[in-house]
Design a protein around this ligand. Structure first.
Ligand code: PRP
Ligand code: ADE
Length: 172
C-alpha cells in the first residue's frame, strides 16, 4: 500500500446508516481538515494533467476540483444541482446510491472542443458520474477523464463510463 493510500484510508470516517439505513457514508471531512493529507490528494489528482477545464460536481466535488484546476493551470466549471445556476443551462437527471437528483451546467461554460477532467469525491453507483459526462459532452467539451478520491468497490463496475478514463486514488 502506498503512503498516499494509507493516509487517505486513515482520514476517511465510515458513518453507518447515513443518510439512510443500509448506506455506509464515507465522510471525507477528517481528510479535508488535515493539510498534509488534503494537499497530497490535490497533488495526486492534478499530476500530469493537460486539460483546459476541470469540472467539479456540487457539493463535495467542488472542494477537490477547484484546487486541482488551480494547480493544473486550468479553468474551473461547476456542475450544480438544479436551480442554482443563473444563466441558460443543460440539465440531466440521474439516480445515485441514496436517491435521485438533477444537475445542470451553463450552456456557455466551454469553448468547442475544450479538454475536460471531471472531479468528484466518491464514485458509488456511477449515476452521478454518467450524468455529468453526458452533460459536459452535450455542452460541447471533450471529457478526457473522471477522477475521484475514492471508488466504492462493492458498487464498482456496473457499466462505468464507456471510453472515459476513470481514475480513483483508492478503492474502498
Ligand atoms: O456514484 P453515485 O451513486 O452517483 O454517488 C456519488 C455521488 O454522491 C455524492 O453526492 P451527493 O449527491 O450526495 O451530493 P453532495 O456532494 O452535495 O453531498 C458524491 O459526492 C457523488 O457526487
Ligand atoms: N456511501 C457513500 N458515502 C459518501 N458519499 C456517497 N455518495 C454515494 N454513496 C456515498
Amino acid at each position: 500500500m502506498t503512503d498516499l493510500v494509507t493516509t487517505i484510508l486513515s482520514r476517511i470516517r465510515d458513518v453507518p446508516d447515513y443518510p439512510q439505513a443500509g448506506v455506509v457514508f464515507k465522510d471525507i471531512t477528517p481528510l479535508l481538515a488535515d493539510h498534509t493529507a488534503f494537499s497530497a490528494v490535490i497533488d495526486a489528482l492534478a499530476l500530469d494533467l493537460d486539460v483546459d477545464k476541470v469540472v467539479g460536481i456540487e457539493a463535495r466535488g467542488f472542494i477537490l476540483a477547484a484546487p486541482v484546476a488551480y494547480q493544473a493551470g486550468a479553468g474551473f466549471v461547476p456542475v450544480r444541482k438544479k436551480g442554482k445556476l443563473p444563466a441558460e443551462t443543460f440539465e440531466g437527471s440521474y439516480d445515485l446510491e441514496y436517491g435521485s437528483a438533477v444537475i445542470e451546467v451553463h450552456r456557455d461554460a466551454f469553448a468547442p472542443g475544450d479538454r475536460v477532467l471531471i472531479v468528484d469525491d466518491v464514485l458509488a453507483t456511477g449515476g452521478t458520474a454518467r450524468a455529468a459526462v453526458e452533460l459536459v459532452s452535450r455542452a460541447g467539451a471533450e471529457v478526457v477523464g473522471f477522477s475521484v478520491l475514492m471508488e466504492l468497490a462493492f458498487l464498482r463496475g456496473r457499466d462505468r463510463l464507456g471510453d472515459v478514463d476513470v481514475r480513483a486514488l483508492v478503492a474502498v
